[in-house]
Every structure is written in C-alpha cells, then in structure tokens.
Ligand binder design. Structure first.
Ligand SMILES: Nc1nc(=O)c2c([nH]1)NC[C@@H]1CN(c3ccc(C(=O)N[C@@H](CCC(=O)O)C(=O)O)cc3)C=[N+]21
Ligand SMILES: [Mg+2]
Length: 278
C-alpha cells in the first residue's frame, strides 16, 4: 500500500478551510526567513500558498543573511506582540552565526505552530501536547488515516533531531509503540531496522534503506529529502525495492512533505482558536 500524503494533505486542507469558513476566524501565520537559501525560499512559498488555499492570512518577514541574533530576536518579539498574528514560523536552518536555540525559545509558546519551543516539546514529552511539530505530527495523521495503529508495535526512528526524530519518538511512545531511536553513532543499525514493524527514516542519505534491511510487511515512513545521481528529489528509501517487501510505504515526493504543510495549517487554525478562547 502506498501512503498518499499528497492526497491526504489536500483532504486535511479542505477540512481546515471549511472549519475556518464556518468559524468566521481569520487565522494569521507569520513566517520569518533569514537569508536567501533557495530551498528555504521554496518551502516558505509553499507554506504561504497553502495558507492562501485554506483562508489563512500570511505575512512574510525577510531578513538579510547577515542579520545578528539580536535582529532576529527583535523581529520575533514584534510578531509575539502583534495580536493579529496567531502563528509564528522561523524557517530553519538559520545562518550558522545565528543562535538558533535562542531564537526558537523567544517565540511565544502559544504562537509556536512549529512546536519547537521547549515548552511545547515538554508538553509533548509529558504526553499532553499543545502544538506538535509538523513533520512528525503529519506522520501520525498518515498512520491513523490509513488505519495503522502503532500500539504494541516495535517502531524504529532513525534520526534524533529536535524537529523530527525526537518528537517522532515522543508521539510514538504516546501511541503505545515500543520505540527505539537510532542515529549516526548507533551500532548495528541494520539489525535495529530489521526488527522494526514501523521504520521512520530521517537520515538524509539517498536510497540508504534497502529491502534486505527491513522486515516483511513493515511500515516504512520516508522523511528524507535528498537528490539522486541525476539531481532528482528522492528519499532515504530505495522505494522500488522496499515497496515490494513493505505493507505500507510513503513515497518521496508526495508522502511526508505535503503532510508537514497540512499539519502547519491545522496548527495555525489551532493557534487562532486558542487566541480567541475557542
Ligand atoms: N521552521 C521550520 N519548519 C518546518 O516545517 C521546516 C523548516 N523550518 N525547514 C525545512 C523543513 C522542510 N519542510 C518541508 C515542507 C514541505 C515539503 C514538501 O511538501 N515537499 C514536497 C516536494 C516539494 C519539492 O518539489 O521539492 C513533497 O515531498 O512531495 C518538504 C519539506 C519543512 N521544514
Ligand atoms: Mg542524526
């Protein structure tokens, strides 16, 4: 079974759109981008386009690559103070000289639609999440919409980043999976993967996950954004071969990526409702 994230993302955006229209709310998302990385610019454009599609107002703050941490903090603090802004997203990565943790921690937790603030990560870790990071949140939505229940299953998450691996592990724990988090220092990674009923791969290496590494009937979730030999977008998974052995698998493109955007729309609607006390 191919888990169609593009189709599901459209369905979720339709339901967000309907709820916004019926509520009379005008949610507003502000994005902050620092520098001119073309991939980051593309992602931010996609987010603004999705906002427009569902009826969320959006505002983009663009800062030069040389901006100091203080200048970025000032932009965030203005958005924190602006009552017409419900959600704030600081596009990552920031340029290397900027203090990313400090910037993330400066976003008001109640406007933190990325779910990266330690308050929101703490809520998630304690099993009572408010804002869930969009990529892992979108993956949980794929699983539930396709009737895949992680309860009691062995889940292996590859990657321990704050935006994907760590919150993914927390969500799977909250869903009663038995969770193993692997990373660059893991010994016998292939053995860990072979044991998994559910594999979530956020490695960042094209076609790293091969069919001999996975268990028959495993569910395979591909978070990778890589380029193959021809410069084409491809995931961490050798899709054609792994597909045959898996029971369900997400493609790249058209899998996890669009679900990230759908979840951002859900989180932004939630931030507007929170703000209005609904
Ligand atoms: N503060 C912050 N929040 C993020 O959520 C965030 C971020 N920074 N920095 C970068 C990553 C990456 N990310 C993606 C979103 C959509 C697709 C997506 O929709 N991809 C399409 C393909 C797009 C293409 O054609 O390249 C797909 O997979 O089908 C991918 C990646 C959000 N991120
Ligand atoms: Mg890692």
């Amino acid at each position: 079974m191919i888990l169609n994230g593009r189709e599901l993302s459209e369905k979720i955006q339709e339901s967000v759109k309907k709820e916004i229209a019926e509520s009379g709310l005008t949610p507003c998302l502000a994005t902050v981008i620092v520098g001119e990385d073309p991939a980051s610019q593309m992602y931010v454009r996609m987010k603004h386009r999705a906002c427009e599609n569902v009826g969320i107002k959006s505002a983009g703050v663009e800062l030069p690559a040389e901006s100091t941490t203080e200048e970025i903090l000032k932009a965030v603090s203005e958005l924190n103070a602006d009552p017409s802004v419900h959600g704030i997203l600081v596009q990552l990565p920031l340029p290397p000289h900027a203090d990313t943790e400090k910037v993330i921690e400066s976003v008001s937790p109640e406007k933190d639609v990325d779910g990266f603030h330690p308050y929101n990560l703490g809520r998630l870790f304690s099993g009572r999440p408010d804002f869930v990071p969009c990529t892992p949140g979108g993956i949980m939505t794929i699983l539930s919409e396709y009737g895949i229940n992680p309860e009691g299953k062995r889940a292996v998450v590859i990657g321990r980043s704050v935006d994907v691996g760590r919150p993914m592990a927390a969500l799977l724990i909250n869903a009663n999976a038995t969770v193993t988090v692997c990373h660059s220092r893991t010994e016998n990674l292939e053995d860990e993967i072979r044991n998994a009923d559910i594999v979530v791969s956020a490695i960042g290496r094209a076609k790293f996950i091969r069919e001999e590494m996975i268990r028959d009937g495993a569910v395979v979730i591909d978070v990778g954004i890589n380029q193959d030999g021809e410069g084409k977008l491809c995931g961490d998974v050798d899709f054609e071969n792994v597909e045959r052995k898996s029971s369900a698998i997400t493609p790249v493109p058209g899998g996890v990526g669009p679900m990230t955007i759908a979840t951002l729309m859900q989180n932004t609607l939630k931030s507007a409702k929170l703000h209005e006390g609904i």
